[in-house]
Design a protein. Structure first.
Length: 421
């Protein structure tokens, strides 16, 4: 329906200057498609966009209709989502990784879903847009150029072949970003030669993690490790939980304590599990779905999740700005098999920044049980203002007979004291 190109340029954004090529404009007539780009097109962030595996971005007219209704917009024009080809058809739940299509004189191959970043929100004037694309499973996809040639709007898209394993763009997107995937799905993805190296690496990491954790007797990623021993979820779907406390933990991290609305004790979670919550948005916009590790002591009858507020984080900023004590959040039951294993062998709890949350729950469990195990607590942070749970973790370690702690600051402030903080 349209061919859209645009060269990167500097754009002001939240007090910063962003170099971006997301501003695409529709061009008329034949356009030459080459291995890395369409003539007249470019990307500002080559680490996340562009290159041989992401030479052409495709987005569907049907998704434009969806977003026009969802966002109440009547000003959406081709190229607004940063795509090169605006197409009629080719939905994400039908197009498969490895599918090949001929358009005009060029031949293309589907390599991966689009990985959204904040720049699409910048282009749309909707800061939550990147998260919404993921939540509504409408990412679009990238093409590799197999044969260079000219294309133009109005040409037929001819499917030449179907990718092996018949794994759709939507399915593989879910495998990487949502819980509940299986080992078989990951193995299928790895059997697709056309899958971009970046996504192959992500899939291989999932598989390797599951294999290594199964070999040493611990638990792996949810859905991957068939030997995982995590119990089934304590309740189906989502249930309302009441926010009972909001606690700042560092300059950018805060915690929410959650309890059952009727005052009953919540089921005990395993140390290291996570909670999936629906973050409500204003208006008729569907909630954002996010997963946060449980950071509190297991078995207290309540849950604590901890959230890092990112500059462009749609969910984290929404929670910080609008959630108050007494509000409710819809939450799924605790899940995950990255958990503290039982035994008497030494434990190393290694983390950086907000990544401390699952291992903090493990430290709580060790302290609660007065574990005699040797425990090493290793944590890295930028400085003391970005060191969440500093006093809490210190007190827990002090209560263990065989625990040692080492803290590392990458950019300590003048007030930070070596050997003390």
């Amino acid at each position: 329906m349209a061919v859209n190109v645009g060269m990167p340029h500097d754009v002001p954004w939240h007090g910063k200057t962003v170099h971006t090529g997301v501003y695409k404009q529709t061009v008329a007539g034949p356009q030459m498609v080459r291995r890395l780009n369409i003539d007249g097109d470019g990307q500002g962030d080559l680490g996340g966009h562009g290159g041989e595996q992401r030479a052409v971005l495709v987005y569907q007219a049907d998704s434009y209709l969806f977003w026009a209704k969802e966002l109440g917009r009547d000003d959406l024009a081709p190229g607004q989502f940063g795509e090169n080809f605006t197409v009629d058809g080719l939905p994400d739940d039908e197009v498969c990784i490895g599918d090949r299509y001929r358009i005009g004189g060029a031949l293309f191959e589907v390599t991966q879903p689009r990985v959204t970043c904040y720049r699409v929100g910048l282009r749309m004037g909707e800061p939550q847009m990147a998260a919404l694309l993921v939540a509504h499973h409408r990412p679009g996809f990238y093409l590799r150029v197999i044969e260079e040639g000219q294309v133009e709007a109005g040409q037929e898209i001819v499917k030449v072949s179907t990718g092996p394993e018949a794994m759709t763009v939507e399915e593989i997107d879910r495998v990487l970003y949502l819980p509940g995937h299986t080992r078989e799905q990951v193995e299928r993805a790895l059997r697709i030669p056309a899958l971009s190296p970046g996504w192959q690496g992500s899939m291989q990491t999932l598989l390797d993690q599951a294999d290594s954790e199964a070999a040493d007797g611990s638990s792996g990623s949810a859905g991957l490790n068939k030997a995982a021993t995590a119990p089934p979820p304590s309740w189906p779907g989502f249930r309302p939980l009441t926010v009972t406390r909001i606690q700042p933990e560092s300059r950018s991290v805060f915690s929410l304590s959650l309890a059952a609305a009727d005052g009953s004790a919540l089921p005990t979670a395993l140390p290291g599990q996570f909670l999936t919550v629906k973050v409500p948005l204003e208006g008729h916009v569907p909630p954002l779905i996010r997963s946060y590790s449980l950071s509190g002591e297991p078995g207290t009858g309540t849950y604590r999740i901890s959230v890092k507020v990112e500059p462009h984080g749609a969910a984290s900023n929404e929670l910080r700005a609008h959630i108050r004590v007494g509000d409710t959040l819809e939450a799924a039951a605790p899940r995950g098999t990255f958990c503290l294993s039982k035994g008497d062998n030494p434990v190393v709890l290694l983390s950086a920044g907000v990544g401390v949350t699952p291992v903090l729950a493990m430290l709580h469990a060790l302290a609660r049980d007065r574990s005699p195990r040797q425990v090493w607590w290793l944590h890295a942070a930028r400085d003391s203002t970005e060191h969440p749970f500093a006093q809490e973790s210190h007190d827990l370690i002090e209560g263990l007979a065989n625990a040692r702690s080492s803290i590392y600051y990458s950019k300590p402030s003048d007030a930070d004291r070596k050997g003390v903080d």
